[in-house]
Design a protein around this ligand. Structure first.
Ligand code: ADP
Length: 523
């Protein structure tokens, strides 16, 4: 059995006994077999001494038990790592960021506390998954859609706290009100939740005074035990419009049009910016990508014409009342039509309500129906896992071209072909690049991919771009990039950490924030 660092075997055994008295013996997991289930199957450090692994896990059933576990952890100095459903694959899975931590597994806290159909919100506990929420909504015949990520098996709380996104973009931005157990075991409610018995907890997010909710995302300042989220009323219709541009230099007006449609909230679903021509390692494309000094726009245009592949494409989706959807689609057409040679392809119009059992897999997410088909696609490629290099870029065509050029050149020096990366506007006014690197069980391959990641991160920072999210193995490196004024941001985070978690028991290292006793000691 692995022990938490600096904790004796006797003390750890006493702590586990204490946890057992709080949650029941069967909800404390310490056998190698059980603890192995909390390994990150996609760890970029898989099987290496630095892989982040748990010492045990404890699964409380309610808030009082969470508080009691936290108080016991303080008493015995046991590092804790809270997870909701632990499905954060590609960004850490269920594994802690600090080896030897006890995973605080909140899966048993899986109650949907309220669904308000008229005001379109839900209040959930951490163990509620997107599937649970969807099923309950269906069971009750409520006409609301959750925003779901692909794949849809995580939880609204875990995903939002990671700054995840889904079919209706930024999940943290859709939350309203939290309940949090602080590192000393105290219970806090944010926003209107601080007003006893307020009916406004899930409808007015500021409350009064500083808006502190953000402090609990990508951080280690508390354990979220309840959180409210906005849902989307089922629309009358959904329509889709795919738009393609055929000139290399069109990227600027193309992205400007897409950004305008986001700013005016005509485009409510994330819409990718893909290059049917330039993505993928076709030999003729690679030859142009690798040409010394870069290929001319005219060469790309010629290749696109020869292969009948557009330079840029986006897939826009519109939803709402039928009249609004028609107007949105027309607005989008008009906006893109000023780009010479642009082509449009309309998809089918979907009408609601509809029989969900008949919805094709490819459009499930769009209708708020969680699906695991993206995993099936991955395993079909024979891959074990992946991690992402996922920098954010402003929604600006020049930046898109520049980033692809810069990353291509940097990767080339490491013998890795970048080419062109597709991206998505998960967050309004930003594109998130999602370049996935294989994770397997061969440390040499994983090490090489980690080296490429580190190099790309460095190059990105030189241009002011950074990751929006990262697995524990990279979180310190990512936080290093946020260095304005001698790392004022990290120093501020550390001051908060020291004040509210003086024993440093909660999620050490998460968000690049280490407790005082471990600061500077991490590799
Ligand atoms: P998912 O919803 O994808 O299963 P996870 O449960 O894996 O998400 O959570 C992702 C990360 O968010 C965790 O590794 C943890 O650091 C943090 N986290 C998740 N749930 C909580 C929570 N209830 N309180 C505090 N942090 C949490």
């Amino acid at each position: 059995m692995k022990l938490p660092p600096d904790v004796s075997a006797a003390s750890f055994a006493a702590a586990l006994k204490k946890f057992e008295t709080i949650v029941g013996k069967q909800w404390v997991f310490s056998s190698d077999e059980d603890v192995a289930l909390y390994r990150d199957a996609y760890s970029p450090l898989w099987g290496e001494p630095e892989e982040r692994v748990a010492s045990a896990a404890v699964a409380p059933e309610n808030v009082e038990q969470v508080q009691a576990v936290v108080r016991a952890a303080n008493e015995y100095r046991i590092p804790l790592y809270p997870i909701s459903t632990g499905r954060n694959l590609g960004y850490g899975g269920a594994a802690p960021g600090y080896s030897g931590s006890v995973v605080l597994d909140l899966k048993r806290m899986n109650r949907i506390l309220e669904i308000n159909e008229k005001l379109a919100y839900v209040l959930v506990e951490p163990g509620v998954s997107f599937f649970d929420l969807y099923r309950e909504i269906q069971k009750r015949g409520i006409k609301l859609w959750p925003s779901v990520p692909a794949p849809g098996w995580g939880s609204p709380i875990g995903n939002a706290l990671e700054h995840g996104a889904g079919t209706r973009r930024d999940h943290f931005a859709t939350h309203c009100g939290m309940e949090v157990v602080l590192p000393d075991g105290e219970l806090l409610r944010t926003g209107m939740g601080a007003v006893p018995n307020s009916p406004l907890w899930q409808t007015y997010h500021y409350g009064f005074g500083p808006f502190i909710d953000g402090l609990f995302s990508q951080s280690n300042f508390g354990i979220v035990t309840k959180m409210g989220f906005n849902l989307n009323p089922e629309p009358e219709a959904v329509r889709t419009l795919s738009v393609s541009a055929w000139d290399y230099d069109d990227v600027v007006p193309f992205v400007d049009a897409a950004a305008y449609l986001v700013s005016t909230e005509v485009s409510k679903y994330p819409a990718g910016l893909v290059s049917p021509l330039m993505s993928g390692p076709a030999p003729d494309v690679m030859a142009l990508m690798n040409r010394a000094g870069g290929a001319a726009a005219s060469d790309w245009n010629q290749l696109g014409r020869d292969k009948k592949q557009a330079l840029y494409s986006t897939n826009m989706r519109f939803c709402g009342s039928a009249r609004i959807v028609d107007a949105q689609l027309e607005t989008a057409r008009e906006k893109f039509a000023s780009i010479r040679g642009v082509t449009f392809q309309e998809g089918p119009t979907y009408r609601f309500p509809t029989d969900h059992s008949q919805v094709p897999e490819a459009v499930k997410l769009m209708f708020g129906i969680p699906s695991l088909s993206s995993f099936a696609a991955l395993s079909m490629q024979g891959r074990i896992g992946h991690f992402f290099f996922s920098p954010s870029l402003p929604m600006n065509g020049e930046q898109v071209l520049k980033a692809n050029r810069v990353f291509h050149e940097a990767a080339r020096k490491l013998d890795y072909y970048w080419g062109w990366a597709n991206m998505t506007d998960f967050f309004p006014k930003n594109y998130t690049v999602l370049k996935d690197f294989d994770v397997g069980h061969d440390p040499a391959v994983n090490r090489k991919n980690r080296d490429i990641f580190h190099q790309l991160l460095k190059v990105a920072a030189e241009h002011g771009w950074s990751e929006y999210r990262a697995p524990a193995a990279f979180q310190d490196n990512v936080m290093d990039v946020f260095s304005f004024n001698d790392h004022a941001l990290r120093r501020f985070n550390e001051k908060i950490k020291d004040a509210i978690d003086p024993r440093g028991i909660l999620a050490a290292g998460r968000g690049g924030i280490w407790p005082k006793h471990l600061r500077g000691k991490q590799a």
